[in-house]
Design a protein around this ligand. Structure first.
Ligand code: C5P
Length: 311
């Protein structure tokens, strides 16, 4: 631990959203989670979490999705900070300030991102000296996507999504996201997936060689063709309007389109920044998608930044 005189007054961490290029859902396990094989890509839509010593635990939210985020003890960033405090024996509360740019309940792991950011920020604030591996383990306990929010880049996820392995990949990818006005609950989408599959036997999920080859060569067209998501039918079943969004993006020239994770955000891969901008304009003009965002990928995982870029 550092001496009190050298401890920072506040720490800000920037953390990205994710999209699953491939999400293969296996059988439901005894613990209620589903066995997964997934390829995560961290995309350049970022939340910022700032932590500072405070008289009591508190959380404030800013940004376009602020009113959709709980500010009580159920907030995943607060849960993460308190879990780390307990783990390292810190008894002083912190205030958390979250600037949210990642859609809420959108299938882009926004809550998981904030949890990862809170872990990294508090670890830094308290100079807790946790080994990276210990932090990753705490992250996995908080949620299946939290370890990936720490690592960023491109990674393969197995287990329930928390066990990460590196993926050989090159290139920069240009994404467009159609954000739905209404979120979807992740457990509800998994339950719908089970219902649609009824009792059909499901094989253990594995990554596809098609996606691995496409990523290794950095071929955006091939990645676009290989996009796949076993939760897509379930998300579309719960929000049938997503089908029109998917069709529109493909019609307007996207290389591929997919529901992101458990949805309802729809992610489109494009060939260049210019094509991404064109697609944003077309989707907005068509009126089929509420809000449209652009992002470059892959990007780093949760990182301390010099100070909050927004107050
Ligand atoms: O791990 P996380 O808290 O993000 O998971 C939220 C919910 O999503 C779980 O409670 C479960 O219903 C569902 N889930 C699942 N299988 C996974 C990951 C999540 O069924 N591999």
């Amino acid at each position: 631990m550092t001496s009190a005189a050298t401890l920072p007054r506040s720490v800000t961490v920037r953390v990205p959203a994710k999209v699953n290029l491939e999400l293969r859902v296996g059988p439901r396990r005894a613990d209620g989670f589903h066995a997964l094989s997934t390829i995560y890509m961290a995309v350049g839509l970022f939340d910022e979490v700032t932590v500072a010593p405070s008289a009591e635990w508190e959380v404030t939210i800013s940004g376009p999705y602020a009113e959709q985020v709980p500010t009580d003890a159920t907030n995943l960033a607060v849960v993460a900070a308190r879990t780390l405090a307990e783990e390292v024996g810190v008894h002083e509360p912190v205030s958390l300030r979250i600037h949210k740019e990642i859609p809420v309940a959108g299938g882009m792991a926004g809550g998981s991102a904030d949890a990862a950011a809170a872990l990294v920020a508090c670890d830094h604030l308290w100079s807790s000296g946790m080994a990276r591996e210990e932090l990753v383990q705490l992250a996995a306990g908080l949620g299946s996507d939290v370890p990936f929010a720490l690592s960023g880049g491109i990674a393969m996820g197995s287990g329930r999504g928390e066990a990460l392995a590196p993926v050989l990949a090159r290139g920069t990818f240009h994404w467009v996201f159609a954000v739905s006005q209404t979120g979807l609950s992740t457990p509800a989408v998994y339950a719908e997936c089970d219902r649609l599959r009824s009792n059909a036997p499901i094989a253990a999920p594995e990554p596809s060689s098609q996606m691995m080859t496409a990523l290794r060569s950095g071929d955006a067209e091939a990645v676009g063709r290989a996009l796949s998501n076993d939760l897509q039918d379930a998300a579309v079943s719960l929000q049938p309007g997503l089908r029109d969004v998917l069709d529109a993006g493909l019609e307007f020239g996207a290389l591929g389109g997919i529901v992101s994770g458990s949805g309802p955000t729809v992610a489109f891969l494009t060939a260049s920044p210019e094509m991404a901008l064109d697609l944003c304009v077309s989707l907005t003009a068509s009126g089929v998608a509420g809000e449209v965002r652009r992002a470059k990928a892959p990007v780093h995982g949760a990182q301390v930044i010099p100070g909050p870029s927004r107050v």
